[in-house]
Ligand binder design. Structure first.
Ligand SMILES: Cc1cc2nc3c(=O)[nH]c(=O)nc-3n(C[C@H](O)[C@H](O)[C@H](O)COP(=O)(O)O)c2cc1C
Length: 329
């Protein structure tokens, strides 16, 4: 048997392995990124530049600097935005100089307004690709799903017009017509791959204080099933790379997602809990499994248990536990 080859194609880059460290505080400094590379990360996605945060920063500074001069508010808003952005661009530039693995910038956005011009600066700073984390919570009772989904199309069209580096779209699973939406987005030619899915902030209620609190910040391994289902259902139909995110906590999780048809995976919670060294453990576990199964490359098993290739694919479509309900007393 030949040497095990873990390399994969991702957004036109040859990654040494499919384990990407997702956007988070794990990727907010050059030192942390160097460490992630050292322990084997295939690529990194930088922490998000938040559209929301940029606006809040501007308002905060304006409030602190109340003046009567006309036009000053706009000046301060623009200054603050640029300042905040400068730090981000520095992170992109310095990370690119410090590591050989691809560095993907990330913007968290909800509109196609103000922030779009930032994409050009990010490209100029040297980012290998841009991941758009389009965070649309369909919570407005006056907005129907078509209008919510239009935002995705508007954003990617405007960003594509600004930059030529690959664009990755990190989505949520909140969509009534998810499969069709992803297919239509793939047809636009404005997106190079899809990250399924972002894990949103989860609220909880403290029954002692009667206050809203943050539920678990980190995912559980059992949360893998949502992205696994959709990667399996879509990988045979969508002619773009699909990248799994949420609930990938170990080598087994990576293997499952690739069997379902993922091109790569993103890991965050498990690395927060176990440290950058754990990437090495994950990679070793994948290699061990590949040896046992006599697979020499990732392509040898990619998609083998996708909807199109699994022996019993309807399980991916099953929504009811009918059989179990009738048997479990
Ligand atoms: C502490 C923390 C910070 C995060 N920050 C970001 C962020 O800035 N941008 C983003 O797109 N996703 C962010 N995420 C979401 C992760 O990139 C990822 O999609 C999510 O945690 C699911 O993956 P996991 O199950 O491997 O943790 C964050 C997650 C955590 C736990």
């Amino acid at each position: 048997m030949n040497q095990i080859d873990l390399s994969v194609n991702y957004l036109g880059f040859n990654l040494r392995n499919p384990v990407i460290i997702g956007s988070s505080g794990l990727t907010d400094s050059v030192e942390k990124i160097k460490n992630l590379e050292k322990f084997g990360a295939g690529a990194v996605v930088l922490k998000s530049l938040f559209e929301e945060q940029i606006l809040i920063e501007s308002v905060k500074i304006i409030k602190e600097n109340q003046t009567d001069y006309p036009g000053v508010d706009e000046y301060i808003a623009a200054y603050t935005r640029d300042h905040y952005l400068e730090d981000y661009l520095k992170l992109v530039e310095e990370s690119k100089q410090a590591v050989d693995i691809p560095v993907i910038a990330n913007i968290n956005c909800i509109s196609d307004n103000d922030w779009i011009s930032f994409a050009t600066k990010i490209e100029k700073a040297g980012a290998d690709a841009l991941e758009l984390n389009i965070a649309i919570l369909p919570s407005d009772i006056n907005v129907n799903s078509t209008d919510n989904e239009k935002k995705y199309f508007a954003i990617i069209e405007k960003v594509r017009a600004q930059i030529s580096i690959p664009i990755s779209l990190k989505m949520s699973d909140y969509s009534a017509g998810l499969a069709n939406l992803i297919q239509q987005l793939s047809y636009t030619g404005n997106v190079d791959n899809f990250v399924l899915f972002n894990r949103y902030y989860r609220p909880d209620i403290d029954i002692d204080t009667l206050k809203v609190i943050t539920s678990s910040l980190y995912s559980m391994p059992s949360e893998i099933s949502t992205s696994l289902r959709w990667i399996a259902l879509l990988s045979g139909n969508i002619k773009k790379e699909l990248v799994a995110s949420t609930g990938v906590h170990d080598g087994r999780g990576v293997i499952k997602q690739i069997l379902a048809g993922a091109s790569a995976v993103q890991m965050v919670s498990a690395i927060y809990k176990k440290g950058a060294e754990y990437i090495n453990v994950v990679l070793k576990d994948i290699e061990k499994w590949m040896k046992e199964k006599r697979f020499e490359s990732i392509d040898d098993f990619k998609g083998k248990v996708s909807y199109d290739q699994a022996e019993n694919p309807t399980v991916f479509e099953r929504t009811q536990f009918m059989r179990y309900f009738s048997n479990i007393k």
